[in-house]
Write a protein that binds this ligand. Sequence first.
Ligand code: ZN
Length: 191
Amino acid sequence: MGFEYHASRKFPLDALRRAGGPVFRAVCKSCGAKREIDFVQTPPPDVVLRKFTQAGWTLGKAARCPACVGGRAAAGNPQPFDRGEMKDMPETEAPAAPARAGKIHRQTILALEDYYDEQAKAFRPGRSDKSIADEIDTSEAFVRKIREEYFGPLAQPSQLAAISARIDKAANDLTALRADYAALCKKNGWV
Ligand SMILES: [Zn+2]
């Protein structure tokens, strides 16, 4: 028996009402594997997303199990991973092995949960697609793709947001400098 789950985001999940509380069930679109996670109360959408992500699932337009997240990433590689051919290439240029691809996918979602403000459609101060990419050791383009798929577009372009943050910081610095100036004048009797 399903129930209506009012969420700001739509997840590819079945919402079930059980005696112990709501249960969310994901069915892998690729292999049909099922995973149920139960809750005591109806959780906010980000908690639902986090629980499935921590379990290794991805919930984009369709749910995928941990095995298929890795398999899909491998299938997307134009050339199979071959250590022999790759040995001369820089570490960062080598395609990620499936298990690593799934891990990066999950880490990116978890980082976005922490660093991206969905209401404001903006990163928290000092955070960006690039800062997350650097932290996780993946590409900025990958983080942007995941953000847009799961969380949506930024309210303003990131270049503009970066400058806005600098303007805010400059304004704060100016206020602090004026206060220091006034305090020093007052202390010494300077006009
Ligand atoms: Zn699967």
